[in-house]
Design a protein around this ligand. Structure first.
Ligand SMILES: Nc1ncnc2c1ncn2[C@@H]1O[C@H](COP(=O)(O)OP(=O)(O)OP(=O)(O)O)[C@@H](O)[C@H]1O
Length: 311
């Protein structure tokens, strides 16, 4: 059984814009496989190369070197077969404004040469909470509803490999839940899912394995449970009125008045609290919790904030 998706030394260099700067290496030798049936997360900060990698997978952009295969089909050489095996939900909302919802889905079925698709289209409409919008014109739909149609459109040909590029950016809680229920069901039924998201709680809950990209390179590739184990085991969280001294701030994650320190054990927790007291600050609402994926992500990306200006 070939991998659902196979990235082999994928590099992408964007040439320098005319009259300015150097070429940009958006992807640099990216290699990994996603096995059939996995729910796989691709994470990374803005500009890490996630969308570029997905565009190459979807055949929308060409790799400068390296290759990508979908269930054994090369996305360049065997474009039509590879494309049929993929359902890609893009980040941007693009539609033909003159169709209504059901026409959009029928048209997309025709594009993939799928006949007698009414039962599946009905299932998509119900599963994605679009049943009462079937005859609404695309122009009349809210952003969230349009996004649901975009998901339905990507799944209309029942693709074995589903690619979701930040599908929940800016959407409400209800749609997130509807979407994850539906996509999880498809995953249980054997569809492979590749998800990019900035919502690390979603990635932690859904993805069995995660790759992290930074500056176009894979910097972590592990089972989610192993990633969580590899981090500092706990997080000390409290609020303060004032600024942490720089040597403490360097190790903390600071959001407004909330300070969080990764900590291995009780001794380390005690030391942080003592240091805060010695700095003349008063820690309130002190909590100790297990480290989550956000902690792991920040540790791996080395993005702990350097400065802590507490308002
Ligand atoms: N068409 C392009 N021409 C030049 N540079 C580009 C182009 N597309 C992307 N880039 C650059 O490539 C790098 C990777 O961008 P990409 O959109 O893949 O990142 P990303 O991980 O998806 O980020 P985000 O989380 O913000 O969506 C960035 O530095 C971006 O500016």
């Amino acid at each position: 059984m070939p991998a659902a998706v196979s990235f082999d030394s994928v590099t992408k260099v964007f040439p320098a814009a005319r009259g300015s700067g150097a070429a940009l290496r958006a992807l640099d030798g990216v290699s990994f496989d996603i096995k059939a049936g996995e729910f796989f997360g691709l994470l990374g900060p803005n500009g890490a190369g996630k969308t570029t990698l997905i565009s190459i997978l979807a055949g929308l952009a060409r790799a400068s070197s390296g290759s990508v295969r979908v269930l054994g089909y090369d996305v360049q050489r065997d474009y039509a077969q590879a494309r049929k095996l993929l359902g890609v939900v893009p980040q941007e909302l693009v539609f033909d404004p003159f169709f209504n919802v059901i026409e959009t889905l029928r048209f997309q079925s025709g594009y993939f040469g799928v006949r007698d698709n009414e039962a599946w289209i009905e299932e998509l409409l119900v599963g994605l909470g679009l049943a009462d919008k079937a005859n609404a014109n695309m122009r009349q739909l809210s952003g969230g509803m349009k996004r649901r149609v975009l998901v339905a459109q990507a799944l209309v040909h029942k693709p074995p490999v589903i690619v979701l590029d930040e599908p929940t950016a800016g959407v409400d809680v209800e749609l997130r839940q509807t979407l994850w229920q539906f996509v999880s069901r498809l995953n249980r039924e054997g569809h492979t899912v590749l998800l990019t998201t900035h919502y690390l709680d979603e990635a932690e809950a859904l993805c069995g394995r995660i790759a992290m990209l930074k500056d176009g390179r894979v910097v972590a590739l592990e089972r989610t449970s192993d990633l969580l184990r590899s981090a500092s085991s706990h997080v000390l969280r409290f609020t303060i009125d004032g600024s942490l001294p720089p040597e403490l701030a360097r190790r903390a994650r600071v959001t407004g008045r909330v300070v969080q320190f990764p900590a291995q054990d009780a001794l380390e927790i005690e030391r942080y609290l003592a240091a805060v007291r010695e700095a003349g600050l008063h820690a309130q609402d002190v909590e100790i919790r297990k480290a989550d994926l956000e902690e792991v992500f920040l540790q791996i990306m080395g993005q702990h904030r350097l400065a802590a200006e507490v308002s």
